[in-house]
Design a protein around this ligand. Structure first.
Ligand SMILES: [Zn+2]
Length: 84
């Protein structure tokens, strides 16, 4: 599976990591996730490296979450400021 670039920094060095290895404990049912080697952004958890890659790609194809947040705040501000 070809992984999409990191949605945060555009980095293409994405590696698979395991939650159980990081926490040094027994494996979780959802144990795998992708991590950007450049900015350390982590993808959602998956049951296998493949499914972790699938959800990583899903998020990577979304619109930039930071821009989305800024947009909704800009939308909310005039509503709050608009008094009677
Ligand atoms: Zn990144």
């Amino acid at each position: 599976m070809k992984l999409k670039p990191c949605p945060f920094c555009g980095g293409t060095r994405i590696k698979t990591r395991r939650l159980s290895e990081m926490l040094d404990c027994a494996a979780y049912p959802l144990d795998f996730f992708k991590e950007c080697e450049n900015c350390r952004a982590c993808g959602p958890l998956g049951v296998s490296p493949t499914s972790a890659g699938a959800v990583w790609n899903q998020r990577a194809s979304d619109t930039n979450p930071i821009n989305d947040m800024a947009t909704s705040q800009e939308r909310a501000t005039p509503t709050l400021a608009a008094g009677p």
